[in-house]
Design a protein around this ligand. Structure first.
Ligand SMILES: [Zn+2]
Length: 509
């Protein structure tokens, strides 16, 4: 073997050994709670893990080409990798734009409080090992024709990111690309937030100075026809069905079938003719602010560029689980919103607009309900749709509906003796096998019929009898989700001049 060939082989082994160790320590923790069934599932999981490690291999290859590049960046890559891997393994936490925000904007003391002695020991060992690889790179690895290696790495990098969106998205969710991706998402969120939007009702002259809570729950993937309150054969809403003052609007139509455009549409004056208002106008939150309401957004979902500006219109924004993403397959429950909801209710302001953005019935369903709600069995055991039966998927989905019944009912219980209205509207529905479709973001009638429920307290009924009469008369009418903007202003007794009465469910038709 020629000395040149020996150098190349040694270089390849060097990159492979470091990649395998890094892939196990920094990327595999994301796959520990990834549910699959049997040998086929294990092979699928293994291949997915290998696929997501390709960018890691390329970055280590790129760094290894030049010894000084490797000396500076390999310990840094290790430090970030071990931190992300540690939180993923021990806390089932993902890097998200909200975590980036918390890390950059919290004081350093709060961030340091999270660090444990065990984490410090693991970090020191890993960084020491990476320093060892740097010394080895200086002493034993020879890389000739470096420019060709840089070109090869660059071309492969470009190629793998142009395979398709699914593959790129998979890279974006895991180390090391997740680092760049989430920093960039955080930057985009903040950039978008500063774009000016039109206030659709400036100078409104009204001050709500009596006690009134308007609670808007944004649901997730809850289709109207899987609720027993709407006639579904399974008892999926036992608590809400037994409760008085609950009205279900089962004929709501959603134009959009996935979260990002739908939530922006719902919160603004956008309609089928003026869909662009979701991008140019402020939401109803600004009008509530102008009328003396304390406004708060309690989030149990990621922020997205389409609706982040509206979250920022609120006086307060609280993330219940900023470390969760839909790619972490562990408990992520809406009851985590209760502590901040309770704190909000205890605040001194009399009038409040409280928005709860729930994770509801988002796939992977089992992650979004606790064991007590696993009443319909057997449930799914794999995140790969084809590994589950239709019965298992529907059972898991219905258990998540049962959990949402508990969640909404718990919010209502906290408001029973106050002057309050709760409006629940899911962002879209879900496909459960109809025409071979599952989940959402495709085209299916069940995706366009989201669940919608209204609850009012006795105090609210006594003060607003005409509104209660109207919602009981209107409950079977058909409305687009456009109704929400006009109806929530009406529920808050805001004398808005831009309410379209034909879309106001709180006015008699
Ligand atoms: Zn959604």
């Amino acid at each position: 073997m020629t000395p040149e060939k020996k150098h190349i082989l040694k270089h390849i082994y060097f990159i492979l050994v470091i990649t395998v160790i890094s892939a196990i320590l920094f990327v595999y923790p994301d796959f520990v709670s990834y549910p699959t069934v049997g040998l086929k599932g294990l092979i699928y999981k293994f291949l997915h893990w290998i696929l997501t490690c390709i960018p890691l291999f390329l970055i280590i290859y790129l760094l290894s080409i030049h010894k000084y590049l490797f000396a500076i960046f390999m310990p840094l890559l290790t430090l970030t990798g071990v931190t992300i891997g540690y939180y993923s393994y021990f806390y089932k936490a993902a890097l998200t734009p909200m975590i980036v925000d918390a890390t950059l904007n919290n004081d350093l003391g709060t961030s340091l409080d999270m660090i444990t002695p065990f984490q410090i020991i693991i970090t020191i060992i890993c960084v020491a090992l990476s320093v060892g690889t740097v010394i080895y790179r200086f002493k034993r690895i020879v890389v000739n024709k470096q420019i060709i290696h840089f070109a090869i790495a660059g071309v492969i990098f470009t190629l793998i990111f142009s395979i398709n969106d699914r593959v790129s998205n998979s890279f974006n969710q895991h180390f090391p690309v997740s680092l760049y991706y989430n920093l960039n998402e955080y930057r985009k969120l903040n950039k978008n937030r500063h774009l000016s939007r039109i206030n659709p009702e400036p100078g409104i002259n009204y001050l709500q100075n009596e006690e009134l809570n308007i609670v808007f729950i944004i649901g997730e993937s809850l289709r109207a026809n899987n609720l027993s309150i709407n006639g579904y054969q399974r008892s999926t809403t036992p608590l809400l069905s037994a409760r008085k003052n609950v009205i279900s609007f089962k004929n709501i139509f959603s134009e959009y079938t996935y979260t990002n455009p739908s939530v922006a549409h719902i919160l603004t004056r956008a309609d089928s003719v003026h869909a662009n208002r979701a991008k140019t106008e402020k939401s109803f939150i600004t009008t509530f602010n102008s009328c003396g309401f304390y406004t708060v957004w309690l989030a149990n979902q990621d922020a997205a560029i389409t609706y982040y500006p509206f979250m920022m219109e609120c006086d307060t924004l609280i993330y219940a689980r900023p470390e969760k993403s839909v790619y972490t397959y562990s408990d992520w429950l809406d009851e985590d919103l209760f502590p901040s909801f309770d704190q909000t209710l205890n605040r001194p302001e009399k009038a409040k607009l409280i928005i709860l953005h729930t994770i509801g019935s988002h796939w992977y369903y089992n992650s979004h309900y606790s064991d007590d709600f696993s009443q319909f069995t057997p449930v799914t055991r794999s995140k790969i749709i084809s590994q589950n039966t239709a019965e298992e998927i529907i059972n898991s989905y219905d258990n998540s509906v049962l959990y949402t019944d508990f969640f909404i009912n718990s919010i209502i219980e906290k408001l029973q003796h106050t002057n309050s209205v709760v409006i629940y509207l899911s962002d879209h529905g879900e496909a459960l096998g109809e025409d071979g479709n599952w989940l959402h973001a495709n085209d299916n009638e069940h995706l366009k019929n989201p669940a919608c429920l209204i609850w009012y307290s006795d105090a609210y009924r006594i003060k607003n009898p005409e509104k209660i009469l109207a919602i009981s008369q209107n409950q079977n009418l058909k409305f687009r989700t456009d109704y929400l903007y006009h109806s929530i202003l009406s529920a808050g007794n805001i004398p808005s001049k831009i309410i379209d009465e034909s879309l106001n469910i709180f006015s008699t038709k």
